[in-house]
Design a protein around this ligand. Structure first.
Ligand code: PLP
Length: 405
């Protein structure tokens, strides 16, 4: 009998090789979480620089209290779909909080951001339609395309000229959805949204923007790059997640489309799964209400982003963006081996960062990715820069060895 898992032997072998070298990138266990920026890993206090807790909302006392109350009042889970028994007053309050935050008529909550993209891509476009996506789109957008029946067209990453060219080749009468992201998470670069949206609209396409890595700290009200770029009125759907700036789990889409509500009856990843538990819903609602007015946190986040970008650049690292564009700072590594060594040396120095490599990354790059949190202090940022300088030399990421790798 053929073993269906044989095709993954190459991955098992690679993991075994890393484990033999004493590195297990998928084996990190958070033994204790001390705060949004500190955890105990392998018995040691470690600075967290690889979470998506951008706004540091995971330990807000009033948010925790809201979750505890919902747990007591409504129990541990809904045990049902939103379209059956799984809509509680809390789910409606959460959708109202999202509508208020984005100033939109409609909001629909999914159980994850992954499902929001899956559902919106596969439901909005069908047979005979076209879904046009950036080549560097998140896996959930690619998977949404694979789940749907529309023809998929990819355009060059963040390239309005290529988007225009590809849109012009499509039949003018066909339905078209252009899917964009405000911030692209691998390199931490932001999209030229105003131009991309203008081109989409000029070619008769509807537009959806995923603001997963921008919600909370881009734009005057923290609505994302769409707000910052001044194109909210032209964007038909904004998708997001509660697993990053909101500090819990879940996904959503907001829109002013007059026919929006019918999606609740058509969208399979919304219907055919259990709704979020009441405690999660209550924490998401409380966090979103707070996010409207956390100007000090936003300022601190951007201050740390600039300091870290400047510090890493001055140390000699090759950063994916010339200027600090988002809360994700990606360092381009000369090789996979050096990436692994730097990651391990940083963990040893008490800083947790992320590794990323193909196929998750564009252009075959190996990356060390840092994500900044609003709760990182200036002292922590300086400690991180010092750790990077030292680990950079130990691992060969900096200096002569990096040049020859
Ligand atoms: C751009 C983007 N969209 C969607 C998601 C999915 O979010 P969630 O964690 O809520 O499933 C992610 C997750 O990393 C993401 O990076």
């Amino acid at each position: 009998m053929p073993d269906l898992l044989d095709k993954f032997d190459y991955a098992s072998a690679e993991l075994a090789k890393l484990q033999f070298l004493g590195v297990n990138p998928v084996g990190v266990v958070m033994e204790k979480i001390l705060s949004p920026t500190r955890a105990i890993i392998s018995g040691k206090e470690t600075i967290l620089l690889g979470t998506y807790n951008y706004m540091g909302m995971t330990f807000e006392p009033d948010v925790i209290e809201a979750g505890q109350k919902a747990l007591t009042d409504f129990g541990t889970g809904t045990t049902g779909s939103r379209t059956l028994n799984g809509t509680y007053v809390g789910h409606k309050a959460l959708e109202a909080a999202l509508s208020d935050y984005y100033d939109t008529r409609h909001a629909m909550v999914f159980s994850t951001g992954y499902q929001a993209n899956l559902g919106m891509c596969a439901t909005l476009t069908g047979k005979g339609d076209y879904i046009i996506i950036d080549a560097d789109s998140h896996a959930s957008i690619y998977d949404g395309c694979a789940m749907g029946n529309a023809d998929v067209v990819r355009f060059r990453h963040n390239d309005p000229v290529d988007l225009d060219k590809r849109l012009k080749r499509l039949p003018p009468e066909a339905g078209k959805l252009v899917v964009l992201e405000g911030v692209y998470s691998m390199l931490g670069d932001i999209a030229p949204l105003a131009e991309l949206v203008r081109v989409s609209k000029a070619n008769g396409a509807m537009v959806m923007v995923d603001e997963a890595h921008a919600m909370g700290f881009f734009g005057e009200h923290g609505r994302g790059v769409t707000e910052q770029a001044g194109c909210e009125a032209e964007v038909d759907f904004v998708v997001g997640t509660f697993s990053k700036s909101v500090g819990t789990i879940g996904g959503y889409v907001v829109s002013n489309h007059p026919k929006f509500e019918v999606l609740r009856l058509m969208c399979r990843p919304y219907m055919f799964t259990a709704s979020l538990p009441p405690s999660v819903v209550a924490t998401a609602t409380a966090a979103i209400v707070k996010l409207k007015s956390v100007h000090a946190k936003r300022n601190q986040l951007w201050k740390s982003v600039k300091a870290l970008h400047g510090g890493l650049k001055a140390a000699g690292f090759n950063l994916a963006t010339k200027t600090p564009e988002s809360a994700i700072l990606a360092i381009i590594m000369p090789s996979q081996d050096i990436m692994v060594s730097l990651w391990a040396a940083m963990l040893e120095a008490g800083v947790y960062v992320n590794m990323a490599r193909p196929p998750a990354t564009p252009a075959g790059m190996c990356l060390i990715r840092c994500s900044v949190c609003a709760e990182h202090t200036d002292v922590q940022v300086q400690k991180v820069i010092a750790a990077f300088e030292q680990a950079g030399h130990v691992s060969g990421a900096l200096g002569d060895m990096a040049a020859v790798a």
